[in-house]
Design a protein around this ligand. Structure first.
Ligand code: AN0
Ligand code: CP
Length: 318
């Protein structure tokens, strides 16, 4: 594997092998502690992060790598991302110069860059992530880009796999309300990974929030939450902003919040969310604090997913 930006980057390795590697790292986290010796991972955050920041550094440590972390605009310069513009505004450095320089200091780079949510074409063209791929000269890992969050989705898949359901599980991705406009990346990416896994996926959201069929083709897509939740084995809640018009908040209807009453419709489903989560907006305390919630296991598996990805990138550099 060279770069890791979507499920397509693990196609040649195969999901069963990726899941076997994950199991091995859970059992013996230090088994390749020398693989990344004298290699440096650089992480650039253009947006906030708790889990991605800490889990990716932890994964690098387990593989013997050094890590350097930069927060764009806070402890490094503000970056211009548009090509060919006169840089007489607030941005100090062009992303392609920053990428080329960071590629000289680091063997692998990770970048977090959220969708702007105003220009669909620009977000879905992945301009920022692609600049790093094009100009850094080193493998690039998405730490959540405008349209996908593959390290999260891989951790989600590992978590579902660890529950070893006796039947092919019914996994439901449900939209839930949120006071601010959020990216579609987590939902797109979760859908894309689940459609490559051994699960049945249903996606439910209000009208105007249908995700791009490039990510969801093959899933059952509906607007009726109760019907979708019926008999679910896994309920994955996430807010995302509207697709038409792009980036809008069309509703904050509290009846979409995942409550104990909603979970009663399911097959005693596990509850998942990528975190951070707004309690009693997306999901009720009574669900998040119940044994049905596996959100902390999911967050713990972020170390495992990052370790699997770094392992495969380091192996291909040997
Ligand atoms: C971000 C999002 O929805 O994409 C990051 C989630 C991992 N969430 C927020 O901004 C609250
Ligand atoms: N789930 C996730 O990516 O969390 P952070 O935004 O805190 O990294």
């Amino acid at each position: 594997m060279r770069s890791f930006t979507s499920v397509h980057d693990v196609a040649s390795i195969g999901i069963p092998t990726i899941l076997e590697q994950a199991t091995q790292f859970v059992e013996n986290p230090w088994s390749f502690e020398h693989l990344g010796k004298r290699k440096t991972l650089g992480l650039l955050f253009m947006n906030p992060s708790l889990r991605t920041r800490m889990s990716t550094q932890k994964a690098a440590t387990l593989l013997g790598m050094d890590t350097m972390v930069l927060n764009a605009g806070a402890d490094s310069w503000t970056l211009e991302t548009r090509d060919g513009v006169v840089m007489d505004g607030t941005a100090t450095e062009h992303i392609k110069d920053a990428a080329a320089v960071m590629g000289k200091y680091c063997d692998v780079l990770g970048i977090r860059t959220f969708a702007g949510l105003t220009d669909y074409e620009a977000d879905y063209a992945e301009v920022v992530l692609q600049s790093f791929i094009d100009h850094s000269g080193v493998p690039v890992i998405s730490l959540e880009s405008a349209t996908r969050h593959p390290l999260q989705s891989l951790a989600d898949l590992i978590t579902i796999h660890q529950h070893s359901f006796i039947r092919r599980p019914k996994v439901v991705l449900t939209w839930a309300p949120h006071p601010r406009a959020l990216p579609q990346a987590v939902a797109n990416s979760f859908a894309e990974w689940m459609l490559h896994a051994d699960v049945d996926l249903t996606i439910v959201n209000p009208e105007g929030y249908d995700l791009d069929p490039r990510f969801t083709a093959g899933a059952v897509c509906t607007h009726d939450q109760d019907e979708a939740l019926t008999d679910a084995d896994v309920v994955y809640a996430k807010n995302w902003s509207a697709t038409t018009p792009y980036g809008a908040i069309l509703t904050t209807d509290p009846s979409w919040c995942v409550t104990k009453q909603k979970l009663a419709l399911t097959n005693n489903a596990r509850f998942m969310h990528c975190l951070p989560v707004r309690r009693n907006v997306i999901v009720a305390d009574e669900v998040l604090d119940s044994p049905q919630s596996i959100v902390i296991q999911q967050a713990a598996n972020r170390v495992v997913s990052a370790q699997v990805v770094l392992y495969n990138i380091l192996r291909s550099m040997q």
